[in-house]
Design a protein around this ligand. Structure first.
Ligand code: COA
Length: 391
């Protein structure tokens, strides 16, 4: 029996901005954002979407009734909680009609949370082969308006169904991890926006990648030649590129691995940072866009959550992997987005529900996503499934 990712799906907001427009509005050379940082567009999240609706909108694309009846664990990886106590996974379970005979909870460790969820899910299914676990990475990356981090915002969700005999990626092998108490990126309880020392964070990320990659090689005896590609947590695409270059620079595998890396950034550079979902969007981007991957190929995954936790692990492509299906599924979401002007984006930025206490109703007519946040009454969030209304 093998265990791993059987299904994977992505969702983001219907709105985006061009980073070249943002650069002009901030008095910056657009090439700094486009080339220096490596981001072309970023998703802008309207008030009718939060981490719960983004997650449910991703997962609903792949779940069958049989999955809903079999899933016995729903794990939400997020650092954009919708409540200081209650897990978003409970709402997601209900919205998706997943059986109540399940555990539903949330994991937070900056951008690493979903990887902890994936590892827990793999161990659970290994012990209980008939189980299925839904792991969803969902976040809204928010820095301050007019700050250096603004160009690295974004948001969205990647949902993964972990099961035995998976169709897409076989997991469960050796993993290497490293954690250390550092202050590179954090969000104090009184803030909605992250505080970040971006240059320091990049240095730590590269250091953690090198440490975990070394550990992994020592434990497995594998080396660059055993890998078809590496995918990275990508707050911005240049960050992963720097990490990859740090280990391949003098290797005969450099050209091949850097070429594959480009496929893994194609979606991230037009969506922006998903925090804990970024690594899994990179994986999806590689799987959907590379034409060099074959069944059995090994892919390395580097997960990083500031604060900080790093983990390197790998998976092998399973026999059911179908590139075109994944590509169509992601591009359906990305081709129907609406471009916003910078003033429109700034206006949406100020409507975030967590900024104001009190009752609020949102206009759900403009957002055609299936699951929507309709508002909050008496401190209770109100989610709707618009397909029920539209019949
Ligand atoms: N044309 C092309 N490239 C340009 C340029 C231009 N006109 N102007 C600058 N650049 C390049 C710089 O050379 C630099 O490239 P390098 O890193 O390869 O040297 C890059 O653009 C960024 O410039 P820099 O001056 O370092 O930008 P910055 O001080 O505004 O900060 C970040 C950039 C990424 C550090 C900042 O956006 C940030 O902190 N983001 C958040 C990151 C994060 O979330 N980290 C934690 C999670 S892991």
């Amino acid at each position: 029996m093998t265990v791993g990712i059987d299904k994977i799906a992505f969702f983001t907001s219907p709105y985006y901005i061009e980073t070249a427009d943002l650069a002009k509005a901030r008095g910056v050379d657009p090439n700094k954002y486009l080339i220096g940082i490596g981001q072309k567009r970023q998703s802008v999240i309207p008030p009718t979407q939060d981490t719960v609706t983004l997650a449910a909108n991703a997962a609903v694309k792949v779940l069958t009734q049989e999955d809903r009846d079999t899933i016995d664990m729903v794990i939400l990886g997020t650092e954009t909680g919708i409540d200081n106590s209650k897990a978003g996974a409970i709402y997601i379970q209900e919205l998706l009609g997943i059986t109540q005979a399940a555990r539903a909870f949330e994991i937070k460790q900056a951008c690493y949370g979903a990887t902890a969820g994936v590892q827990m899910a793999v161990e659970h299914v290994t012990l209980h082969p008939h189980s299925k676990v839904l792991v969803i990475a969902s976040d809204i990356a928010r820095y301050g308006l007019k700050t250096a981090g603004e160009v690295t915002q974004g948001g969205g969700a990647v949902a993964m169904l972990i099961s035995s005999d998976p169709e897409i990626l076989i997991l469960g092998g050796q993993s290497a991890f490293h954690s250390e108490n550092i202050m590179d990126f954090w969000r104090p309880l009184y803030r909605r926006e992250a505080l970040v020392d971006g240059h320091y964070s990049t240095d730590v990320y590269i250091d953690f990648f090198n440490k975990t990659w070394q550990q992994y090689q020592q434990a497995t005896g594998q080396s660059l030649s055993d890998f078809s590609a590496f995918v990275f947590h990508l707050p911005f695409t240049k960050m992963g590129l720097k990490a990859l270059r740090s280990v391949v620079s003098t290797s005969e595998h450099a050209d091949r691995l850097l070429h594959e890396f480009d496929f893994s950034t194609q979606y991230g550079e037009i969506v922006g940072n998903l925090y804990t979902g970024s690594l899994y969007l990179s994986l999806l981007s590689l799987l959907a866009n590379s034409d060099q991957l074959h069944i059995g190929d090994r892919i390395g995954l580097f997960s990083y959550g500031s604060g900080a936790q790093g983990e390197f692990y790998s998976g092998q492509l399973a026999t059911g992997f179908k590139r075109q299906l994944l590509k169509t599924s992601v591009e359906d979401v990305l081709t129907n987005r609406q471009q916003l002007t910078i003033p429109e984006y700034e206006q949406l930025y100020s409507t975030d529900i967590s900024l104001h206490a009190g009752d609020v109703d949102f206009d759900t007519q403009k957002d055609e996503s299936r699951f929507l946040l309709a508002g909050r009454h008496g401190g209770q969030l109100k989610y709707v499934d618009s397909s029920l209304k539209r019949g």
